[in-house]
Design a protein around this ligand. Structure first.
Ligand SMILES: [Zn+2]
Length: 397
């Protein structure tokens, strides 16, 4: 398999949603700087994200909405009608100077990722993962739904089965709606229960192709390990995805201000590594993550794991300086961040709540796994062995 590719952009270095928004913090640029400081991101493995052309976005988004987003950037404001119709210019989705270019860069990045994995491989696009955006509306800090655009592009490139796994603390409502009932797209989401957007309940199967697991406060590494072994990997084992897209939102780690989950960043790295064995193609996206230290460390740890690097117990000076330079205004923790946020990459393991608390939910979802086989029959494919492309790797566990 070729070396993993990292897709980034300097647009994330200078762009902010505005002073009081949770996304006023740097994220992707921290990952780029940290990975480079660690010697983990040689030029040969880095690609600059192209900006998607408006026409490439209308595979999912309405032309009216794309026009409105471009107009909002050009004019620096929206009128009341646009605000009402497309949810632009709200607290969640403000108009900021790069309000079109930044999400279009995320979209261009994930579409390039789809092309790069065509013959097999692993690509990390931490600027992607905006899973709440709807076809005609901004939603939940997201303007363009790059996971949807990524999956559509993989489909257009000939992938017959695409799996989407989402471990962000919030439910991937935009992705679920976009592929409701599609037999060629398997969606699995683990998210905090009773939290915005309040979709993705246990019994919601999204038309048959969605597995939703809401988890309680305090869910940690032990819970995610159980979910991975009992639900995610068995489902992928049946589905035999041509490509897997992982949305690795970092807002489920303990230090994140927008959830009450309690994972370490080791849960994210372990999921990425496990998924890599389940398909010849893996695209890892970012997503939520609202503590500048924990999100930068989490995604850098994932990139390291995908490349076979162990996180050092203590960061070398140059890498520690990247974290030392971060600021987090308006947050008490920003005034005196604990030393381990600046000196380490890997969080210590955090087992969190007893995974036995999830038994009932897991059993319910496990009971639906045999139904996946019936759904695949509806794809009307010839035998897997006769399909073009390399055979998927089997998970050894
Ligand atoms: Zn989130």
């Amino acid at each position: 398999m070729p070396a993993p590719i990292f897709i980034g952009s300097d647009i994330y270095r200078h762009s902010s949603y505005g002073g009081r928004h949770p996304l006023s913090i740097p994220r992707v640029s921290t990952v780029m700087d940290l990975a480079r400081a660690l010697g983990w991101l040689p030029a040969a493995q880095y690609r600059t994200s192209p900006r998607a052309k408006p026409a490439a976005l209308t595979g999912f988004h309405t032309p009216d909405y794309v026009d409105a987003l471009m107009r909002a950037e050009a004019e620096g404001a929206v009128d009341a009608e646009t605000r009402g119709r497309h949810a632009l210019g709200t607290f969640s989705n403000p108009v900021f100077p790069e309000v079109f270019r930044r999400p279009a860069t995320g979209a261009g990045g994930v579409m390039l990722a789809a092309e790069l994995v065509r013959e097999g491989g692993v690509v990390h696009v931490p600027g992607g993962g905006t899973h709440h955006a709807l076809s005609d509306r901004a939603n939940g800090f997201c303007y363009l739904n790059d996971p949807v655009l990524c999956i559509l592009h993989l489909r257009a490139l000939g992938m017959r089965r695409i799996a989407y796994v989402d471990i962000d603390a919030h439910h991937c409502d935009g992705v679920e709606v976009a592929f409701a009932g599609a037999p060629d797209v398997l969606m699995i989401s683990v998210h905090e229960e009773d939290r915005w957007p309040f979709t993705g309940r246990l019994q919601d199967d999204g038309g048959g192709n969605a597995f939703n697991l809401p988890v309680p406060r305090g869910f940690g590494d032990a819970g995610m390990a159980l979910v991975r072994e009992r639900l995610v990997l068995p489902a992928l084992g049946i589905f035999e995805a041509d490509a897997i897209v992982l949305q690795s939102g970092a807002d489920g780690v303990t230090e994140d201000p927008l959830s009450r989950l309690a994972m370490s960043n080791g849960a994210h790295a372990a999921m990425a590594l496990a998924l890599r064995t389940m398909s010849p193609r893996l695209i890892v996206l970012g997503g939520g993550g609202y503590n500048p230290w924990s999100v930068g460390r989490c995604w850098t740890r994932i990139w390291g794991a995908l490349n076979g690097f162990e996180a050092p117990a203590r960061l070398p000076l140059e890498a520690a300086e990247v974290l030392e330079a971060l600021t987090w205004s308006g947050r008490a923790a920003g005034r005196s961040p604990p030393p381990e946020w600046k000196a380490t990459l890997a969080d210590p393991p955090r087992q969190g709540l007893d995974p036995a608390a999830l038994s009932r939910q897991i059993v319910l979802l496990e009971a639906r796994l045999p139904g996946l086989t019936d759904r695949l029959a509806r794809l009307g494919e010839p035998e897997r062995a006769s399909r073009a492309g390399p055979a998927p790797h089997r998970h050894q566990a």
